[in-house]
Design a protein around this ligand. Sequence first.
Ligand code: GTQ
Length: 349
Amino acid sequence: MDHPQSPNDAALRQLYAEMAPHHLHPLWEVLHGLVTPTPRSAAAPVLWRYAEAREFLLRAGGLISAEQAERRVLIMENPTLPGSSCATPSLYAGLQLILPGEVAPCHRHTQCALRFVMEGDGAFTALDGEKAVMRPFDLVLTPNWQWHDHGNASDAPMIWLDGLDIPMVRFFETSFAERLPDSAHPETAPAGDTLARYGRNLRPFAGTTAARRPAHLPLFHYPFAEWRAALRAIATHDAPDPHLGHALEFTNPADGGPIMPTIAAHVRLLPAGFTTRPRQATDGTIFVVVSGRGTARIGGQDFALMERDCFVVPSWQALELEAASELVLFAYSDRAAQEKLGLWREARA
Ligand code: GTQ
């Protein structure tokens, strides 16, 4: 209670006690915690060392099959959100392992997912029966209610980051999911077909049958080779943005907006020796270190960054990045949802 002691204090306490069994409570006792002047994230800044997580994941690989587990994933849970399976209050992050010869059975759900490849080469995600062959640091989407299965026909373990909007779907109480009776969807198109139709600044000619994919969200594969080359090209002649470095957002070619209805994703390149100015944003963000070394200062706390480490920047905590060598980062957040709701803000110091 942050108002002064009132002579009615004892009577107020009595009132609260009598109201509580009727599920009625005084707003004035909690208002300042509900309507805060600036965001107070329940999430903590946190970093997962890839080398450590990988060891645990491979151990799990020796104990449970991908098929048994349905999805063999270690959840990266924020330590201040225990039991929630959340990396931030609105987003989920996990590391999924598929061993050679394994399949992760076909299903679909109302949650949107992205996959960001951490290691391995040649496993696939099939979306509605079309395979995307996954290479390191490729981004692959499985938007809501599209059938997806994964398999690894390569000879090495495949590990990728799963980023999903599980907490948002839970908040809205809109989770639906179903399994396909067969573990794989029948093939509907050759691998790479969608990338050729929608991924090269082209689209199927109107009125032809070539428009195979859902019109609002056709593209689902953003290869590393393409996004890395784009970042490299702008970095050779542009000055880096003082707060972001060189940054490019992945877009949905149907509308030029974020990649999925709830999730936005982007990549950044910081030249060696570059330090960003502090920046706050309302979209709590999960980052992956693609290459290089440096430091992330998150709300004043320093985290050393090594390749493939994952870290969380909670809503409205200032982020400063320092690149010891050229630093390339992948990031995803709930910015797509926040912008639709008129909530997204940033502050640049
Ligand atoms: O691959 O569909 O890490 O449904 C968590 C939930 C992956 C998936 C996760 C999921 C999936």
